[in-house]
Design a protein around this ligand. Structure first.
Ligand code: IMP
Ligand code: MG
Length: 179
C-alpha cells in the first residue's frame, strides 16, 4: 500500500492540528445549542472519529450514506441515499461532517433533503475543500484546509475503496490509476 503513494501531503500531525482547530471553532460556536454531527459514510469516518473528540461540548452523532461516485475518480452526478439517519432531525443544530467537498453535487443534494426535515439549523464542515472544482454553490462553515485540484487518498478517502486506512493523506503514483 505504501508503495503506491507518490507523495504525502498531510502527515498525521498536520491532520491532528487541522482537526483540533476545527473542533475548537465548533466548540466555541455551538455552546448552548443542540449539536448533532452527521457523518457522511464512508469517507468521513476517520475525520468524524477525531473531530467528535476535539469538540468539548455535548454532541450527538448519526451516520448516513449516499453514493455519488463509482469506483473511479470522477463524479457520476447520480446521488442516492444508501443508508438514512436514525434520528428525527427536528430541533437539532445539524453539522454535516464530510471528508472532501469537490463538485458540491453530493452535499447540495444532501443539505436540501436534510433541510426539509426541519432542523433548527444546518451547516457543513469539511476536512478538505477543492473550490476550483465546484459545479453547484455549496459554502462550508468549517474547512480543515483548501486544496488544489488533485485526487487525494488516506484518512478515510479512497481510490476504488482502497487506501482509506492510511493514517496520512497523499497522492497516488500515476501508474496506480493504470496510467
Ligand atoms: P462531490 O462534492 O459531490 O463532487 O463529491 C464529493 C465526494 O467525492 C467525496 O465525499 C469523495 O467521496 C469523493 N471525492 C472527491 N474528491 C476526492 C479525492 O480527491 N479523493 C477521494 N475521494 C474524492
Ligand atoms: Mg465520500
Amino acid at each position: 500500500m505504501l508503495n503506491d503513494i507518490q507523495e504525502v501531503l498531510y502527515s498525521e500531525k498536520d491532520l491532528q492540528e487541522m482537526v483540533d482547530r476545527v473542533g475548537a471553532e465548533i466548540t466555541r460556536d455551538y455552546e448552548g445549542k443542540n449539536l448533532l454531527l452527521v457523518s457522511v459514510l464512508k469517507g468521513s469516518v476517520a475525520f468524524m472519529a477525531d473531530l467528535m473528540r476535539a469538540i468539548k461540548i455535548p454532541a450527538r452523532i448519526d451516520f448516513m450514506s449516499v453514493s455519488s461516485y463509482g469506483s473511479g475518480t470522477k463524479t457520476s452526478g447520480v446521488v442516492k441515499i444508501v443508508k438514512d439517519l436514525d434520528l428525527n432531525l427536528e430541533g437539532y443544530d445539524i453539522l454535516i461532517v464530510e471528508d472532501i467537498l469537490d463538485s458540491g453535487k453530493t452535499l447540495s443534494y444532501l443539505m436540501e433533503i436534510l433541510q426539509a426535515r426541519n432542523p433548527a439549523s444546518i451547516e457543513l464542515c469539511t476536512l478538505f475543500d477543492k473550490p476550483e472544482r465546484r459545479q453547484v454553490p455549496v459554502f462550508p462553515k468549517y474547512v480543515g484546509t483548501v486544496i488544489p485540484d488533485a485526487f487525494i487518498v488516506g484518512y478515510g478517502l479512497d481510490y476504488a475503496e482502497n487506501y482509506r486506512n492510511l493514517p496520512f493523506v497523499g497522492i497516488l503514483k500515476p501508474e496506480v490509476y493504470g496510467g
